[in-house]
Design a binder for this molecule. Structure first.
Ligand SMILES: *[C@@H]1O[C@H](CO)[C@@H](O)[C@H](O)[C@H]1NC(C)=O
Ligand SMILES: *[C@@H]1O[C@H](CO)[C@@H](O)[C@H](O)[C@H]1NC(C)=O
Ligand SMILES: *[C@@H]1O[C@H](CO)[C@@H](O)[C@H](O)[C@H]1NC(C)=O
Ligand SMILES: *[C@@H]1O[C@H](CO)[C@@H](O)[C@H](O)[C@H]1NC(C)=O
Ligand SMILES: *[C@@H]1O[C@H](CO)[C@@H](O)[C@H](O)[C@H]1NC(C)=O
Ligand SMILES: *[C@@H]1O[C@H](CO)[C@@H](O)[C@H](O)[C@H]1NC(C)=O
Ligand SMILES: [Cu+2]
Length: 587
């Protein structure tokens, strides 16, 4: 394709810092990762932090270690100007970096992150960071969902999150305040643990995301404007925060902001070795199909769940999902190959193709690969891989449900002409000043209908039947749990049997296809308020969000740290001076 060949230049025209601040993601200076962290204060006769636990012999939910080690991080959130694909724009950075720095821990460690909100002008904004996929067992106030688990962190204030790495594998953190993460506020997390497939080299996180040239709040304003037609098109697609862009396509007034051939991400393969790659879709809307020319990938984990390995040429990931693969470097040691990530036909993208170069040991580094793509056409279903082939490595049978809840998806135009999404019949909006968790902890169960709260009382396990009679696919994400994925496919649910009730797939995000259905089940074992929402940033902004209350009697008994209530004192003080422009759901 002629237009694609214009984007393959590997002699970067921008410095790495003009592209992504001080981030090293996608450069050959990014370190490979260890099998576990051996430094720190961990002293023991056993060298492996998780001892004799394996992916097969230990229930990841109940038998993880308690290492008593805390991994500490300091995050300074600020605005900045960078050009990840050559187009200079205002973004939100973590410690001056896009994507943000790696959080790493061993299975069973605690992670502690002090977040300083330095978004003090341009205009000032609150923030809150969500640790995607973490169970937060008995720590629901650390979940980072503003209006649900805390008030936003006010500008120039700080909040320290502390939670346990209960599961192991690959994930990410992102702002959950409005669509801030679409403006760059995200980064990767790796929790080292046992593995079901051996590998030699861990290449670390490979984040793929659609990218908008306008700043995130401009897009939110379009999405929330009366008369909005339902589609906003991304400008580009990034791999680890980098891609080239064809500046001849920008408006004449913007050419000064745009540099051709900004620079692509680069990775190194060691000949003959097995490499682990941790793909994360950190995007706002698009489903990505990822492949490596001439190489087969062995899928070993989906989200935080190790699965029975299977081979594929292409992996498909919706927003929020992760896929870990092992790739044998059995190509030509003097060659380079393209890593490709294509936004699927289900996505609204002006330029859907992302490229990165993988160099073998003996390859010259500024030469563009000449490899050709696998011919595996996009099936156009927007679906994840068949549940029949994604089977958890550690088997857990499906428990009986104590309740079945219908949560249909809908979209409508309200009397002001705003296009709003509904989930279970309600279009949601949260009150930043009054988080649900603190409300329930105060024994107040009077929920404003627009909070879209369902109280599941003492239910043990809840089955959700989700029909999607809308033309959009949706990556459905539940906080604080792994869902059992029971059934998915086209049309409304009509009672099809559960896929493998002896060991259904488990994960924290699952795609529901356009005019399709999804049936999931969630064990309500962790007292808290847990968000259940679509991970498309623009859909969540337009109300596609709900809250599940699990075990309220125990939520009332929690002694929530005073720092959570302090976020509300600080936020109240801030909002008395500056009225924040909450034009969306807040999430
Ligand atoms: C945070 O970043 C901003 C902008 O780069 C800088 O001015 C400020 O000094 C930093 N604060 C801390 C605590 O590092
Ligand atoms: C990605 O896009 C390229 C360019 O159109 C195409 O050749 C390739 O087959 C696509 N790969 C996948 C997995 O869809
Ligand atoms: C689930 O329900 C079935 C039918 O009511 C019952 O036979 C079975 O024992 C139950 N299983 C569990 C684990 O409670
Ligand atoms: C329609 O939705 C928008 C966005 O939530 C809201 O601001 C507006 O008040 C709503 N209009 C009506 C008539 O409810
Ligand atoms: C289960 O949840 C439903 C829906 O909120 C509720 O009506 C029911 O009382 C709950 N059951 C128990 C045992 O708490
Ligand atoms: C599917 O269910 C929804 C309600 O959940 C309904 O509006 C729609 O008409 C149904 N579609 C079909 C094809 O039956
Ligand atoms: Cu999330």
């Amino acid at each position: 394709m002629a237009f694609l060949t214009r984007l393959t230049c590997l002699v970067a025209a921008l410095t790495s810092s003009a592209q992504d601040g001080s981030s090293l993601w996608g450069t050959l200076r990014a370190p490979t990762l260890p099998k576990w962290i051996s430094s720190g204060s961990y002293q023991s006769s056993i060298t492996i932090p998780w001892g004799s636990r394996t992916a097969g012999n230990s229930n990841p939910y109940t038998q993880g270690p308690f290492t008593q080690i805390t991994r500490r991080y300091d995050f300074n959130i600020s605005r900045g100007m960078i050009a990840p694909d050559g187009y200079e724009k205002s973004v939100l950075l973590v410690n001056g970096q896009f994507p943000g720095p790696l959080i790493e821990a061993n299975w069973g460690d605690y992670i502690e992150v002090t977040v300083h909100n330095n978004i003090v002008d341009g205009p000032p904004e609150g923030t809150a960071i969500h640790w995607h996929g973490f169970l937060q067992t008995r720590t629901p106030w650390e979940d980072g969902t503003p209006g649900v688990s805390q008030c936003p962190i006010a500008p120039s204030k700080s909040f320290t999150y502390k939670f346990r790495a209960e599961l192991y594998g690959s994930s990410w953190y992102h702002s959950h305040y409005s669509a801030q993460y679409s403006g760059g506020l995200f980064g990767p997390i790796v929790v080292y643990g046992p593995t079901n497939v051996k590998y030699d080299v861990d290449l670390g996180p490979i984040m793929v995301n659609d990218w908008w040239h306008e700043d995130y709040f401009t897009t939110v304003k379009k999405v929330m404007a009366p008369g909005f037609q339902g589609r906003v098109f991304s400008d580009n697609n990034l791999i680890n925060g980098r891609m080239n862009f064809d500046c001849s396509t920008v408006d004449a007034g913007d050419t000064a902001k745009c540099t051709n051939n900004a620079g692509l991400s680069k990775f190194k393969f060691r000949s003959g070795k097995a490499h682990r790659l941790r793909f994360v879709n950190t995007g706002s809307e698009g489903v990505e199909r990822i492949s490596i020319d001439n190489h087969i990938m062995t899928v070993i984990a989906n989200d935080f769940v190790e699965i029975k390995p299977y081979d594929t040429k292409v992996v498909t990931i919706g927003v929020g999902q992760r896929v870990d693969v092992v790739v044998q470097a059995n190509g030509d040691p003097k060659s380079a190959y393209w890593l490709r990530s294509n936004l699927t036909s289900c996505s609204t993208a002006k330029q859907p193709f992302a490229l990165a170069a993988i160099y073998y040991d003996k390859a010259g580094e500024e030469v563009a690969p000449t490899s050709t793509p696998w011919d595996v056409p996009d099936p156009g279903t927007c679906a994840n891989d068949d549940l029949a082939i994604t089977e958890p490595y550690y088997p857990i049978p499906l428990p009986n449900a104590s309740w079945t809840q219908n949560m249909d998806i809908g979209v409508y135009r309200n009397a002001s002409g705003n296009l709003l999404w509904t989930f279970g019949g309600v279009s949601a909006r949260v009150d930043y000043n009054d988080p649900t968790l603190l409300q329930v902890n105060n024994n107040d169960f009077q929920f404003d209908p627009e909070m879209n709260v369902i109280n599941y009382g003492s239910n043990s396990s809840i089955r959700f039947i989700i029909n999607n009679p809308t033309p959009s696919p949706h990556p459905m994400h539940a906080h604080g749990v792994n869902m059992y994925i029971l059934s998915t496919g086209p049309g409304n649910y009509s009672g099809a049997p559960v896929v493998r009730s002896t060991n259904p797939m488990r994960r924290d995000v699952q795609m529901v296809q356009p005019f399709g259905h999804l049936v999931v089940q969630i064990d309500a074992v962790n007292p808290g308020i847990w968000a259940f929402h679509c991970h498309i940033a623009w859909h969540a902004s337009a109300g596609f969000f709900s809250q599940m209350v699990f075990l309220p009697d125990q939520i009332r008994k929690y002694k929530i740290p005073a720092s959570a209530a302090q976020t509300c004192n600080d936020w109240d003080a801030f909002t008395r001076q500056v009225a924040p422009d909450q034009i969306d759901s807040g999430l």
